[in-house]
Design a protein around this ligand. Sequence first.
Ligand SMILES: Cc1cc2nc3c(=O)[nH]c(=O)nc-3n(C[C@H](O)[C@H](O)[C@H](O)COP(=O)(O)O)c2cc1C
Length: 455
Amino acid sequence: MILCALDMMVPTHQSTGMWRHPLADAEQYRDLGFWTGHAKLLESAGFDVVFFADVAGVYDVFDGSGRSAICSGMQYPMLDPLLAVSAMASATTTLGFGVTASVSYEQPYLLARRFSTLDHLTDGRIAWNIVTGYQASAMRNLGATDQVPHHARYNRADEFMDVVYKLWEGTFESDALQANPSTGVYLDPDKVHGANHSGEHFMVPGPALTLPGPQRVPFLFQAGSSPRGLAFGARHAEAMFFSGTSTQTVRKLTDNARDLLEEAGRPRDAAQMIMSMTVIAAETDEQARQRHQEYLEHVDQEAALALFAGWTGLDLAQFPAEATLEEVLDTLTADGQIQGNRSALQSFTTLDPDRRWTVGELAAHMAIGARGPVVVGSAATVADELERWCREAGVDGFNVDYAVRAVDMAAFAEHVSPELRRRGLLAERAGSTLRGRLTGADHPADSHPAAAFRR
Ligand SMILES: Cc1cc2nc3c(=O)[nH]c(=O)nc-3n(C[C@H](O)[C@H](O)[C@H](O)COP(=O)(O)O)c2cc1C
C-alpha cells in the first residue's frame, strides 16, 4: 500500500475551521523546524511521500470576494512548499516529496531546472504533482484576464510535458559529463543537445540548465479526473491522485483510468491510483468518535463553501442551503459545464447520479476532509477501511489527510502504522530513489512518453 501524507503550507487546508481547535497550531506551517521534525515522523511511520497541494491565488469566487477565505485562513496565506523540500530531505533518508506545480502558471524551462535541482538535493526523492489549476484569481495575477478554458489548458499542458521531457531526457547524453582535468573537458559539447522545441505555446531552443538527477524525470503524480484530465493523466502520470465521496464513485475513475492507460500504450498498472482519505484514529473506536464529535464543534461551513466555489467557479453564496447543485448549475452555467475543477463538481453530480446534493449537505460534508472520505476509529477499524477502499475502489494507496495535523498525523503514526505493518501492508521497500522504491526502476518506464526523448 502506498502511503502519502497530504498537506499544504497554509493555516487551513481541507478541514475548514480546524485552525481554531486548541491543539491546532495554525502558525506551524511557517516553521521550518516543524517541517523537518514532521518529515521524520512521517518517515518513521512508513509514509512513502509527503505530498503538498499548492495553488497560486486567493479563493475569491464565494460572495464575489476573497473575504471568507481570507477571514478563515482557508488555503491563505501560503508558503511555497518547494522551498522547504531540501531541508526536509536532509532530515530524512527515504521519504519522498511530492510537490504540486501548475503547468498553467509556470514556464517549463525554469520548472525543469527546479525539479532537477531537487532531484539532486534529495538524492532522487522528488516527485511532481502535475496540475492544470482552476483559479481565475491566479491567472489574473500572472497577467491574464481570465483562466484558459478547460480543454485548452490540458492541450497546453500536453505540450508543456513534451518540453520538460526534452529537457530532462534529451539534453545530456549519459556520458556527456567527463570532468576530466587531463583533457580539459568538463562536458562534451557534442553530447549536450538543445531542446529545439517550437510549438503552439512554447519556444524553448536551449539545452536544460541542470544535469539530470538520479531519477532524470521527477516521479510524476497527476491530479485532475475529468474525462480530459484522466486522458492527460493516462499519458503522463505514474501515480494518479483521486478524491471522491464513495468507493463506487472512485471505482468508476480508477477503472476508466486503467482503460485509458492501456489505450495510451502503457500497462494497466503503469500508474498507481492514490485516494485522499482523512483519518481520525485513536486507541479505541469510542475515543476516535469522541474526537471527531469534538472536531465538529470547530468546523467552518462557510469556508467549506468558499473552497468549493473556488474549485468550481460557482458562487454558492447566492443560494439557500436547500438549493440543489443541479439548480446552482442551471442558474450559473449555460450548459452545465464549468471551466474550473470538474473533478470536484463531478464527485457530487455525474459520478453520484442517484443523489441530489444540496448546498447545505455539501457544506456539512466538506467541512472535514473536503470531498474525500473521513475514517474514524481504532487502528483495526482504520486498517479495515483502508483495505476495503483498495478492494472496492481499486486504489493502490492513500493520500492521508488530517483534521488537526499535530493530533491526527501523530495518532496515525502511533496507532495505524503499526497495524498496517502487522498486516504486511507497509513492506520495506528496496531502491535508492523514490521511483526505484515505488516501481523498481529509477527512470521512467520505456512505455512512458518521456522515454521517447531519452538519449
Ligand atoms: C485530488 C485532486 C487534488 C488536486 N490538487 C490540486 C492542487 O493542489 N493545486 C491545483 O492547482 N490544482 C489541484 N487539483 C486540480 C487539478 O489539477 C485540475 O487542474 C483541476 O481539477 C481541473 O481539471 P479537471 O477538470 O480534470 O478536474 C487537484 C485535483 C484533484 C482531483
